[in-house]
Design a protein around this ligand. Sequence first.
Ligand SMILES: [Zn+2]
Length: 288
Amino acid sequence: MTEVTFTPATAAIRLTHWLDAAAAAGLQRLPVDVEQLALHVAKELKWPDPIFKVVAADIPSFEGGLFHVEDQGWALLYNRNMTSEGRIRFTQAHELGHYLVHRFAQQEFQCSQADLVHWGPEMRSIEAEADDFASNLLMPMKQFRACTSTSEINFDILSDASSMFGVSLTATALRWIRSTEHSAVLILSRDGFIDWAVSSDKARANGAFYKTKGRVIELPPGSLAADETIVSNRSGAPISLGTWFMHAHRDAVAKEMKLVCDNYGYTLTLLSLSNGDKVWEPREWSHT
Ligand SMILES: [Zn+2]
């Protein structure tokens, strides 16, 4: 028995190499066929406890699950009532991540919608690790960069990428914000309040981030996000950076893009900042 200890990153790299090799032999590379991958991965790894079935089920309380069945291995279940193919694919990949990385820790995993959609930056748990794995597996960096490394990002470009990778726009936007060298902030809001916000490394270094954990933060008045008369602005409009960050230089301008996701009851906002714009709170002692 070959026992490999995977992290979310090394598991995704291993499977990505297989998929690249299979694609070189003529199989379709994207979107990733997670079901087939899940059913065959144990054989490739020479593991004794395979995922023996991937099945849709009526399980209203959760989106996906992974259950150990004595003498058979693991059953991967997903909610048949999920509305989009992309969401099903991400859920299956999330459960596959539990199988590869966490199966020694638990005999069963039940993953709710909150686990899969409320994917905030401050959450470090096996749920976040399974999401990291799914993101890396479904949107391999080489192909992802090839279709999103444009000088200007917008929701049209991200939407095209989400179709290519067969995942939701939200998952695609999170992948982008976590890998870009641009200064940008992705915000998910509901009913006028920020649910979570994720900043790119550059934006974070420039002070452009929101701490949402345990806080109630209203969308800033004057933003596109707060304007209920605007349904969507996929390519974006200029906005004073001070609208979103009170310590921004008064002349600084950002681009705000907005997408109302009716199906899920939330709004996505993407703020694109100039790399040189810093919005840190001025400190009095710095002047003395
Ligand atoms: Zn999970």
